[in-house]
Design a protein around this ligand. Structure first.
Ligand SMILES: *Cc1c(COP(=O)(O)O)cnc(C)c1O
Length: 456
């Protein structure tokens, strides 16, 4: 396939630093996905896929997940070796970032351990573990508030031999787990502000630094954990947080002598809008290792470093594809712009658009050349909030003779579990691209299937 560099540049494709390295435009202006390296490479033409499977579509690319996880492992192993860090490294994929079976299978294959936030997530992981479909020694961290059902499940899986660590997130849970037969972790809410939408002055997650440091000596406290929020804005913030966490670790280690793991949580950012490069794995890994080492300054053995980078691993592994079904003038306010209406729904399929004002990088899947319009996008539910209104989105003008399809990038984190069926629109069909083949994972719902959840 011949790529068109001018189109790639125009639409910011083919650029690894903003996670579009797998995507290109053909000289016909069609979106191409490239899998694999020099020897075993495959190409998928998104426009051809749409012609065969229709729209809307969720297109999942497992090779993106594995390549991103591999990069984290390789980088940390290299940095740890070069810096003489003795504590080791583990990657716990946080299940809440995307719980679909196809993602969990891929992250496990890539060698991660797991972090869960609820009894149901744990239960699904346990079902794979019982069937022998995970590494036997898979380690599972249990975050989130512990319901009675959740506590019982943790206890029974521990008895059955699972390598499981409940993370205590309030004093009540400490009373429940201080006599737990296995290791436990403690979550601290660091006294530090960060540039993340989710950073709260009064975080409701975890114990305060004082509470953590005042816990009685407890032999099974093995891990100190913190998570300050998603989409952390700069590497400086990541480093400030890690330094603070390492300081608490150093103080805590004096009393809790079995402490040996420092879990720095998730929050590695994804450059969703492609307007700026955020930060990259090598510089962040190096900064983390150096700062932990420096803060502990020889006072105790180096802890194992754990990261729980969720959307980092999964957001770029999926795109959501729609057809523009018609256009309308935007009267009065913006006479120069058009509404483009898609054959799906932002509220249903990409609910963060509506919930947190998430912005995406949106490109044409075909007809990427030629004259463009400034547009706002609207979903086809009957809800006036079902829209994507940003300042600077420009897409190809509609043509009388050929459909226009668009691809919304980086939609692999959080959207599916949050998605809904407002106006009873159906879900996009879900496809997986692997080894040069297209596989249907989930078909579009029929009216009966959509109604089932609602008692029909
Ligand atoms: C949500 C969450 C994560 C994942 O955050 P990302 O922004 O997806 O990296 C990790 N750890 C905990 C405790 C979380 O709540």
């Amino acid at each position: 396939m011949k790529y068109d560099e001018t189109l790639d540049k125009l639409w910011k494709m083919g650029d690894k630093t903003i996670n579009t390295g797998f995507f290109h435009f053909s000289s016909e202006g069609e979106l191409i996905i490239k899998e694999g390296g020099k020897e075993n490479s495959h190409e998928y033409n998104v426009h051809e896929i749409i012609k065969e499977y229709g729209s809307p579509l969720r297109i999942y690319m497992p090779f993106v997940v594995s390549s991103r996880i591999k990069r984290v492992f390789e980088t940390f192993h290299k940095v740890i070796r070069e810096e003489g860090y003795t504590g080791g490294f583990a990657y716990h994929y946080p299940m809440k970032s995307n719980q679909t079976k196809e993602i969990i299978e891929e992250v496990l294959k890539a060698g991660t351990d797991i972090e869960v936030t609820s009894a149901n997530e744990l239960s699904l992981i346990a079902s794979l573990w019982k069937k022998g479909e995970t590494r036997g020694e898979l380690r599972v961290l249990c975050n989130g508030p512990k319901s009675d059902v959740y506590i019982e499940l943790i206890r029974s899986l521990h008895k059955k031999g699972m390598n499981i660590i409940p993370i205590v997130e309030n004093l009540e849970e400490f009373r429940v787990f201080k006599k737990f037969a296995g290791p436990i972790g403690v979550r601290v809410s660091l006294s530090i502000g960060v540039d993340s939408r989710w950073s709260k002055e009064v975080s409701r997650f975890g114990l305060t630094e004082d509470e953590v440091l005042s816990l009685p000596k407890t032999p099974n406290i093995t891990m100190l954990h913190f998570h300050v929020g998603s989409q952390i804005g700069s590497k400086r913030t990541i480093f400030r947080v890690v330094e603070r966490g390492a300081l608490v670790y150093k103080k805590l280690k004096k009393k809790q002598t079995n402490l040996s793991i420092l879990d720095i949580g998730g929050g590695f950012g994804v450059p969703y809008t492609k307007k700026k490069i955020m930060y990259d794995v090598p510089e962040v890994a190096l900064g983390i290792v150096k700062r932990i080492k420096r803060t502990l300054n020889g006072t105790c053995p180096h802890p194992q470093i754990v990261v729980e980078w969720g959307q980092y691993a999964v957001a770029p592994s999926q795109m959501t594809v729609y057809n523009i079904i018609f256009q309308k003038d935007i009267r009065l306010v913006k006479p120069s712009k058009k509404w483009y209406v898609i054959d799906g729904s932002f509220m249903n399929d990409l609910p963060d658009t509506w919930a947190i004002g998430q912005q995406w990088h949106i490109v044409p899947a075909n007809r990427a050349y030629g004259a463009r319009h400034a547009v706002w996008l609207a979903g086809s539910s009957c809800d006036s909030d079902d829209e994507y209104v940003v300042k600077d989105l420009r897409l190809p003008k509609l043509s009388k003779t050929e459909e226009l399809y668009i691809a919304i990038l980086d939609t692999g984190a959080y959207q599916e579990a949050l998605s809904s069926q407002h106006c009873l629109l159906d879900n996009p069909e879900k496809l997986m691209l692997t080894n040069g083949k297209v596989k249907i994972l989930r078909r579009r719902d029929s009216a009966r299937e959509v109604g089932k959840e609602l008692g029909w």
